[in-house]
Design a protein around this ligand. Structure first.
Ligand code: NAD
Length: 455
């Protein structure tokens, strides 16, 4: 969706005026186009001179990238910097490995990436090691706020001590963070487990990673849901699109566009899960991915909240997902590397005035995802995952209902100074739904441009 302000402040005259007045100058983001280069320039790999750092560098070379180990290469505009910190267990060593970033940051390409790879503080055996590992968190979140020109900084956190930075699950997530698929993900740390990825990580985002997979998207008639359907279809999935009967006409249009099938269904129906499973099996011969996207807002201050306003939001955003998941977990048709991705929201993490009902429902989704992850993994021989994506301000009909002045301010309150596009959320979901996302389970990935609220 076009953001006229971005066009204006990136034009000659508009840009000069914006600079003089000290107005935000958001950069157009580097968004995914099939066939485009993974990163917009050479990649610098920093970190201790050890096998783990070498292994990451050689994996990147294997992806046909130009890889350097030192920032002093003259005039190159860095496409990305990968900082391998998985062996740093003393914060006094951190500076030695992150300060070489300093000159590189002045020479980042537009839409460049910084990605750290570190270990979870929870796995540290000493306070010194835990401090060093947790320090990376604050470093990445702060650096995200310093990036310019649509560049971002994110981190991968290895959950298990036995995982190494060049394991497939880590590389698959690294590839997502480096790529244009992660354009609106900034200042985030994603935890990587040790489940198999069942995909060739060298090409996981270029090929049709969802070929042969059947995906269901709820709330697919418009907005983020329609974008998810288009993105999953582009990535090769066969689609079942679900929405309420009142949205039937729009639903049919999107279904035609992505050559999927439409299922008119209110997800709060007690048998919604079994109807979804039956439809997918009957029309597409299988079921592999369910994206719980349908959601509603009914904003009111708690002081003015009617019971039915509270209940309707909890029923659609949370209770329906819980019930459908129970039916999925019990189904023998949902065992082949199954994927569930739920839509949470930054409102469920940071809270939002007028959204006690919505915030509660979306925080509930996060709790549900964490607790369901081990259950689906167990039901599927360790191949299944359940994750949530938490969008920040995304330009859709839902956010179009926010009064103009509030909306324009809310849109810019993030490190990238702009609202996200529905396709930004869809790209993150496509990664988590793909076989390559197999090592990410029970996580919440924010797609919010590093929203300043609760960032
Ligand atoms: P939207 O209102 O534009 O679309 C939601 C879709 O869900 C609609 O087509 C609607 O008909 C469908 N739906 C609602 N209730 C349903 C039901 N009971 N059964 C079946 N379908 C139903 O919303 P959106 O902005 O595209 O948001 C999509 C999801 O992303 C929601 O879960 C929302 O909470 C979440 N989200 C959006 C934003 C944002 O900025 N737009 C931010 C954070 C989270």
């Amino acid at each position: 969706m076009s953001d006229k302000y971005i066009d204006l402040v990136n034009g000659g005259f508009g840009g000069t005026v914006a600079k003089k007045l000290g107005l935000p100058q958001p950069a157009p983001l580097r968004r995914y186009k099939p066939g485009a280069a993974l990163v917009p320039g050479p990649v610098l790999v920093l970190g201790p001179d050890t096998d783990q750092t070498d292994a990451v560098a050689s994996a990147l070379l294997g992806w046909d990238l130009e890889v350097h180990r030192s920032p002093s290469t003259g005039t190159a505009r860095w496409g990305a910097v990968v900082v391998v910190l998985s062996e740093v267990d003393d914060a006094s060593q951190l500076g030695e490995h992150v300060l070489p970033l300093s000159p590189a940051l002045k020479q980042m390409a537009r839409g460049g990436r910084v990605v750290t790879i570190s270990r979870a503080a929870s796995g540290a055996t000493t306070p010194t090691a835990a401090a060093a590992r947790q320090a990376v968190d604050g470093f990445v979140r702060s650096l995200g706020k310093e990036m310019r020109g649509g560049a971002t900084a994110n981190g991968l956190v290895l959950a298990h001590e036995s995982t190494t930075p060049a394991d497939d699950g880590v590389l698959a997530a690294l590839r997502f963070f480096l790529s244009a698929r992660s354009s609106f993900v900034d200042g985030q740390l994603l935890t990587i487990g040790d489940a198999p990825v069942l995909a060739d990580v060298t090409t996981s985002d270029e090929e049709r990673p969802l070929a042969g997979r059947v995906a269901v998207v709820t709330g697919a008639a418009r907005g983020i849901g329609a974008a998810i359907a288009r993105t999953l279809a582009r990535d090769g999935a066969a689609l079942v699109l679900v929405d309420v009967p009142a949205a039937g006409e729009h639903l049919a249009k999107v279904a035609n566009e992505v050559r999927g099938t439409a299922l008119q269904l209110d997800i709060t129906a007690p048998d919604a899960g079994s109807r979804i499973i039956e439809h997918a099996i009957a029309r597409h011969g299988g079921l592999h991915v369910v994206v719980h996207n349908a959601g509603i807002t009914r904003d009111k201050l708690l002081a003015n909240m009617k019971p039915e306003t509270w209940e309707s939001v909890l029923a659609v955003n949370l209770a329906a997902q819980l019930r459908i998941n129970e039916q999925l977990l019990a189904s023998e048709h949902f065992r082949d590397a199954p994927r569930i991705v739920s839509l949470a929201s930054t409102s469920g993490i940071a809270g939002n005035r007028g959204q006690t009902n919505y915030g509660a429902s979306k925080a509930g989704v996060i709790g549900m995802v964490r607790a369901t992850a081990p259950l689906l993994a167990a039901a599927s021989g360790g191949t299944g995952t359940v994750n949530a994506v938490a969008p920040g301000f995304i330009v859709t009909e839902m956010t179009a209902r926010i009064p103009f002045a509030t909306r324009e301010v809310a849109k810019r309150l993030n490190s990238l100074q702009q609202g996200g596009d529905p396709s930004d959320v869809a790209e993150a979901i496509a990664f988590l739904a793909s076989p390559a996302g197999g090592a990410v389970n029970g996580q919440v990935l924010r797609v919010c441009g590093q929203n300043l609220v609760g960032a």
